[in-house]
Design a protein around this ligand. Structure first.
Ligand code: FE
Length: 199
């Protein structure tokens, strides 16, 4: 099966994916019904809300925070989240002086059980190559201006290790409950391209 058009251009990803799915189905290697089920699950049921619950718990329970930073996968499983693309999640903490940002330079590895499916910018070759070389500029373009003296650590996700950022709890949220904190935590903050803002 060709993945180029008659004029030699690369066909769009959606078309190539469809062709691949058809081929795998014809050969009996996948069941399209199972595939649809997985996609629906991650599109509608599993999303950044899971990660937000993990973060809010870590903000309000020091023992949980310690377990989360020691063994992300196990602590996330305690909250009932796990499964494909989440077998080895490492959680790193952002502080006023150290900022972690996540990328997958090779493709689009991402911790599905806590964040759902990756956004399109995460899969963009420009983000993937530039954030490694010049994270300060890329983050600024995405709306996150960090002081020059903040150390930025770029975490490269792979199929073996998938990173999750534990963002800083914003000042002025001391009176909020865990549930109220959940609603503040965004996907972008857990990838490290944004901070969590106070309400
Ligand atoms: Fe990848």
């Amino acid at each position: 099966m060709s993945t180029t058009s008659p004029t030699g251009e690369r066909l769009p990803v959606a078309l190539r994916t469809e062709a691949l799915e058809q081929l795998l189905t014809e050969r009996g290697l996948i069941d399209p019904k199972v595939m649809d089920g997985i996609i629906t699950t991650y599109e509608t049921n599993v999303g950044p809300l899971n990660g937000a619950k993990v973060v809010a718990k870590a903000w309000t329970d020091p023992n949980y925070r310690r377990r989360l930073l020691e063994d992300g996968t196990a602590a996330i499983k305690e909250m009932g989240f796990g499964g494909p693309m989440g077998q080895h999640i490492v959680v790193v903490e952002n502080t006023p002086i150290t900022h972690n940002v996540v990328v997958c330079t090779l493709c689009s590895c991402y911790p599905w059980p806590v964040l759902g499916l990756p956004p399109s910018w995460y899969k963009d070759p420009a983000y993937r190559s530039r954030v490694v070389k010049d994270p300060h500029s890329v983050l600024a373009e995405m709306g996150l201006e960090l002081d020059d003296d903040v150390q930025i650590i770029v975490r490269d996700s792979t199929s073996e290790v998938r990173w999750l950022v534990l963002p800083e709890r914003p000042a002025g949220t001391e009176h909020l409950t865990e549930e109220e904190l959940v609603s503040l935590v965004t996907r972008d903050a857990m990838v490290g391209v944004a901070k969590v803002a106070a309400p």
